[in-house]
Design a protein. Structure first.
Length: 173
């Protein structure tokens, strides 16, 4: 094998291993567009616990930043629960919170990297209402029509994790 051929082979191999390495979702996450999602409907957790679960699983609590993304998640939730009746008590934590400044909703992301929720939102009518001055975490609330609501962070309920589609699988590369 000539040096040139050998070099090209190495280049192809390294390119291949990099692409394999980057084209993955964390285990059990489902790919949609540029992101991977995992809906947890059988583990009940406070908002803080849910965030930790997501971090351990390989992502973070989910942000929802477009109508398309919201409709995808809603369709996945309906697969879990069928069509929603008014009394279905299934609610899901998202990454939003106003714990830093009351009334200022932010995607909390990783430590110190929170950012203001601008653009797309899908609050239920009359929400966020900070009921009892104790609601600081963002959920999708079934009884409010699968729309956004602020709720008490310590309540244990379902949650949705999300990760970018570039998770290092560690299998190759
Ligand atoms: Ca609040
Ligand atoms: Ca509320």
């Amino acid at each position: 094998m000539s040096i040139a051929t050998y070099s090209i082979s190495l280049l192809v191999l390294s390119t291949l291993s990099v692409s394999l390495c980057q084209a993955g979702c964390p285990y059990t996450f489902k790919l949609h567009g540029d992101y991977c999602y995992r809906i947890f409907s059988k583990v009940r957790a406070s908002w803080f616990e849910a965030k930790t679960y997501c971090n351990v699983a390989g992502g973070d609590l989910a942000t929802i930043e477009s109508k398309e993304e919201e409709l995808y998640i809603e369709s996945e939730l309906r697969k879990e629960h069928g069509n929603v009746s008014a009394g279905t008590p299934e609610n899901y934590w998202l990454d939003g919170s106003d714990i830093l400044t009351e009334g200022e909703w932010r995607w909390m992301s990783e430590e110190g990297e929170s950012r203001l929720i601008t653009g797309y939102t899908r609050w239920a009518p009359g929400q966020p209402d900070n009921a009892g001055t104790q609601e600081h975490c963002l959920e999708i609330r079934y009884t409010f029509g699968v729309l956004w609501n602020d709720y008490q962070c310590q309540v244990q309920q379902n949650f949705i994790c999300k990760s970018s589609n570039g998770f290092e699988t560690g299998i190759i590369g």
